[in-house]
Write a protein that binds this ligand. Structure first.
Ligand code: SAH
Length: 251
């Protein structure tokens, strides 16, 4: 058999942080891999071993990383591309398909698989209780790959539609003011009493969970290690827990 027939790419989610939340399927892929590709902190979560080459790259290099992985698979390597959480949620799975679309036709024959992981919003929701227990949506607040005006539009419409919402990449040093704008929109559409939870470093040793109201929330409560969950008009506290009931009122 030629090398090209044995190569593969698997895009794997490492979950939110705790190794107990890595699936057996992802562990098996890492055991069989010859090469692991990904953003530095995620590659650092993979134990080195003889026969495994770790390729850690910078954050914004997603497309280069994806085509590097495809090139190596075409040359017969067994490549795992690692993402945090789930690889299909604001992560490497779509980047891999973008590179596939832009690449040579022969790549279409490659053995490519996406291995799911536990995404930050589901890990955070589980810690909080069940804030996403009714209809919900996930919005990436980073405007690296889309205009900020579109983000504002989606936040407003999601709030008007009564979805619970999970916000990824809420606030970074390079865009400190936009999250404040998102909070203003949410306050205007959902009201000051609506619950909002800030879940930082979920499942990691320094995990922090804070639930407050939109009226009391401030932009500084979020950073790039935080996933933010905003409830619906029905979302409430029960004891230490936050939950959204399964049914919505009629009318
Ligand atoms: N693919 C990842 C998301 C990548 S985008 C996933 O499925 O979880 C990066 C954003 O994810 C961060 O800015 C933050 O909003 C969120 N995030 C990732 N891991 C997190 C964690 N352990 N705790 C809280 N938020 C997290």
């Amino acid at each position: 058999m030629s090398g090209a027939e044995t190569g593969w790419v698997q895009v794997a989610g490492l979950g939110p942080g705790d190794d107990a939340l890595i699936t057996d399927e992802v562990r098996a892929a890492l055991t069989e891999a010859t090469d692991v590709v990904g953003y530095i902190p995620y590659v650092n979560r993979v134990a080195p071993r003889p026969g495994l080459t770790l390729h850690a790259s910078d954050n914004r290099a997603e497309l280069d990383r994806a085509s590097h992985a495809l090139h190596m698979a075409a040359a017969g390597k067994r490549v795992v591309v690692v993402s945090s959480g789930d690889p299909g949620v604001f992560a490497m799975a779509s980047a891999l398909f973008e590179a596939l679309e832009a690449g040579p036709k022969e790549w279409l024959d490659l053995d490519i698989r996406i291995l799911p992981g536990i995404t930050a919003m589901l890990a955070a929701a589980a810690r909080l209780g069940a804030p996403l227990g009714h209809d919900f949506c996930a919005i990436n607040l980073s405007d690296n790959l889309k205009p900020w005006a579109l983000i504002e539009h989606r936040v407003r419409l999601a709030a008007q539609a009564g979805f619970a919402m999970a916000f990824y990449n809420p606030r970074s040093k390079s865009r400190p003011h936009q999250f404040g704008k998102a909070l203003e929109i949410l306050r205007a559409e959902c009201g000051a009493d609506c619950l909002i939870s800030f879940a930082r470093n979920v499942t990691k040793p320094d995990e922090q969970l804070v639930t407050t109201t939109l009226g009391a929330a401030t932009p500084e409560m979020a950073d790039m290690r935080t996933v933010v969950i905003v409830g619906t008009a029905q979302t409430r506290r029960i004891g230490r827990h936050v939950y959204t009931p399964r049914s919505a009122p009629v009318g």
